[in-house]
Write a protein that binds this ligand. Sequence first.
Ligand code: FES
Ligand SMILES: [Fe+2]
Length: 338
Amino acid sequence: MTPPFPELDWHEPLPLHGWFLVAPSRQLKRGAVTTFDLSDLSLVVFRGEDDVVRAVQAHCPHMGTHLAHSSVHGSSLQCPLHHWRFECGSSGTSPGCAGPGASALLQPRPALHSYAVREACGAIWVTPRSESSAQPFPFFDGVSPDSLVYKQGTPVFLRCPWQAVVANAFDLNHFQTVHARALHGTPTIDDQGHRLEFRYVSKVTGDELADRIMRKVSGNSIDVTIHCWEGSVLTVKTRTQRRETFLWLSFLPVEGGTVVKPVYAVPRGSAPLLARLRVQVAGWLFHAFLKKDIRILERMRFSPRLTPEEDPYLCKYLSFAARQGSGSIPQPHSPQPL
Ligand code: FES
Ligand SMILES: [Fe+2]
């Protein structure tokens, strides 16, 4: 009999190639450089003097100096050791950052490998793919980015692999036991290739403060649409009788666990100040919901044993998660002899 999902060591972090939230935009000023590490891949992310953010390989192709301490000149990055300067073009989407020679003695100079980068939702995001092979950025169908007001949440570190944290979003059986939620009707799940779509309508059965507020503002019918994008991002849209709220959760595998970075958003509407207040409330309600998962997932040794009869949604998610990270990602140049 075909197993419902691949038999893997599910506790070991599976590879990921999707989009990752690096930092809130405000933390990377013009001329500043920051770092981003994903497994064995190290990048530096910098904001040029033209205000454009770029992501490139972290190690200088000359002798391997880490470029975290390089300096920014216009749209170029200058290595701190021998001052090779790498021109990264007028946009963050150039195929590579060329290294023109300041000294003929040091020719030829390879280019820096560049990676796709986006500024969206008030944050900087990268993917370990080049611009030409990047998958679509995780956003909400039919929603204009400018129509939303965003709030960056506080990152959380969890000692368990990313696939265990993301599985929580597809685990309907814990909705009642952990979140005091029940379902209206039957959920739907649709594997769309690079993303997995999960939709359901829930109602609140609990009686904590956040439950009572949610019940009141929602009319006790919450239409939820979740997309899992390549495993590295979950987007969640909740729609009630009165309004919509939006959530991004970025999952970054790190030594010993996973860092989860949230971003909340609500429609800007015609009263921006009111929207700012509403996004604070939305962030608080989402956090009240998610913090129940956080304490339970901590130190989980993920080893799912399920049948499609018990949980068809989670089985479908596990098949999707096992598929992520397949294929190769562009690797930067090694230091080369001159
Ligand atoms: S190591 Fe970067 S220029 Fe020499
Ligand atoms: Fe949960």
